[in-house]
Ligand binder design. Structure first.
Ligand code: FES
Length: 154
């Protein structure tokens, strides 16, 4: 069952939406904010609370790549690997990040501080290569600037 705080936060958003279905992504985001990720159990709890089929809530969670279905590190690094960022060297950034964090894409550093993910275009192609640390976008990133960025994102 969703906690009182989770239900309260969802209901604060409800007036912005015409249907419970439309509220689904916000509910996922809110529960993730409280729990760090959205487990299978949490999906069921959200479906029950909103009165939606589990498959519908699961579909939304799968489609929306900022919803985490497994535990993640304290910060998530999203590296754009779409065409502009690929041309501008995102592979070099990923290589450096894999080595620096001692994890592969989809994994979490051994100290639990960072999870490394790739994402499609972040809509800032003019700044390629681009990555996000948490909710902060960084553009024109170079392999040499990564340690500094990670220091700020920590
Ligand atoms: S291709 Fe990377 S931000 Fe658009």
């Amino acid at each position: 069952m969703l906690s009182e705080e989770e239900r309260r936060d969802i209901e604060l958003e409800a007036p912005h939406y015409a249907t419970r279905e439309a509220l689904c992504i916000d509910a996922l985001r809110i529960v993730q904010g409280h729990r760090g990720y959205v487990s299978d159990q949490a999906l069921q709890e959200i479906a029950d609370y909103l009165g939606l089929p589990l498959s519908q809530v699961e579909g939304a969670a799968t489609f929306y790549n900022l919803i985490f279905r497994h535990p993640v590190g304290a910060q998530v690094i999203f590296v754009c690997d779409s065409v502009s960022c690929w041309i501008m060297g995102c592979e070099r950034l990923l290589e450096r990040l894999r080595a620096h964090l001692a994890t592969d894409v989809g994994g979490t550093s051994p100290d639990g501080r960072y999870t490394l993910l790739t994402v499609p275009c972040l809509g800032a192609c003019a700044l390629a290569p681009v990555l996000m640390i948490g909710e902060t976008l960084h553009g024109h990133v170079t392999a040499d600037s990564l340690p500094d960025l990670l220091g700020k994102g920590a």
